[in-house]
Design a protein around this ligand. Structure first.
Ligand SMILES: C[S@@+](CC[C@H](N)C(=O)[O-])C[C@H]1O[C@@H](n2cnc3c(N)ncnc32)[C@H](O)[C@@H]1O
Length: 271
């Protein structure tokens, strides 16, 4: 079964605006791994569940060609609208049926996406299309962020914890899989050479509006919005007011410190 929770145009536009680009430390970790296990040439990378292309654009400069693939046409259309990346092609398609010849891909990535895939079918395809010593890098973060501004930490975090509690009933069981940092997918990878890095702490500055826009991209928020539109809209409005009040500021453009933990599953196909 393919999950289709990312189909709406509005949702795709939010993605373009608010999704996080994975940090450089995660990119460097992946590229170092590929360098160590396989080495050049770096002809083709494929970014699965590419959404609006943040992760595709991050990796593209390191490959001759990068293909971003997503099951959602709207997400792909948004991705295509970003200019300046001539070596990226975006296609609609699924991670379970990859239109690439056997042994043709140097690196397969998926950012915050692999938990949506059918594990068995995806791994069969990944094993088929990767070159000998080609690698996969499946990365993401859990939604337990922490927020900090001046001397406010606990207050901001408890407001965010309340938001998560409200949204939790709308969380797909697939997202629960992401919360386990792809543990079962990792176990299922048939390559002996594999590792799972569970915690790469990343700090960034983000405005209050961007934090709320990011929350709005969550599939569980979009499900809540469909089920209870007024309550969902009110949740974001009241959360903004509460965060600003706690920080003692009035503008949603005020930046706070946003900390999250990335995880990354790395695996290398044998000869
Ligand atoms: C949480 S979003 C992540 C998007 C992007 N990689 C990012 O980091 O923001 C997951 C994406 O995976 C796509 N997706 C879900 N199941 C898929 C599948 N089986 N094959 C390809 N894409 C899939 C969704 O349409 C969605 O755009």
């Amino acid at each position: 079964m393919t999950y289709r929770l990312f189909e709406e145009k509005h949702h795709a536009s939010l993605y373009q605006k608010y999704r996080l680009t994975p940090p450089n430390e995660v990119k460097e970790l992946v590229l170092k791994y590929l360098d160590k296990k396989k080495g050049p040439p770096y002809e083709l990378a494929v970014d699965l569940g590419c959404g609006t292309g943040q992760n595709s654009r991050l990796f593209a400069p390191h490959f001759q060609n990068l293909v971003g693939i997503d099951v959602s046409m709207q997400q792909v259309q948004e991705a295509r609208m970003v200019p300046g990346f001539d070596n990226i092609t975006y296609r609609t398609g699924t991670a379970e049926e990859l239109a690439f010849p056997d042994g043709s891909v140097d690196l397969l990535t998926a950012a915050s996406a692999a938990h949506w895939f059918d594990v068995e079918r995806f791994l069969l395809e990944a094993s088929r299309v990767l070159k000998p010593h080609g690698c996969m890098a499946l990365l993401g973060y859990t939604e337990n962020f922490s927020l900090h501004y001046g001397s406010c930490g606990d207050g901001l975090n408890s407001i965010y914890a309340e938001v998560l509690e409200t949204l939790r009933p709308y969380m797909s069981t697939r997202v629960t899989g992401a919360s386990s940092k792809l543990e079962s997918l990792f176990e299922a990878i048939p390559f002996p050479d594999k590792e799972r890095i569970e915690c790469i702490p990343v700090k960034m500055q983000m405005s209050v509006d961007a934090v709320l826009g990011f929350v709005e991209t969550f599939s569980m928020y979009q499900t809540y919005l469909k089920t209870e539109p007024q309550a969902a809209t009110a949740l974001l409005q009241s959360t903004k007011m509460r965060l600003l009040q706690e920080m003692g500021v009035s503008s949603g453009e005020t930046e706070l410190e946003f900390t999250t933990n990335y995880y990354c599953v790395l695996a290398c196909k044998p000869q």
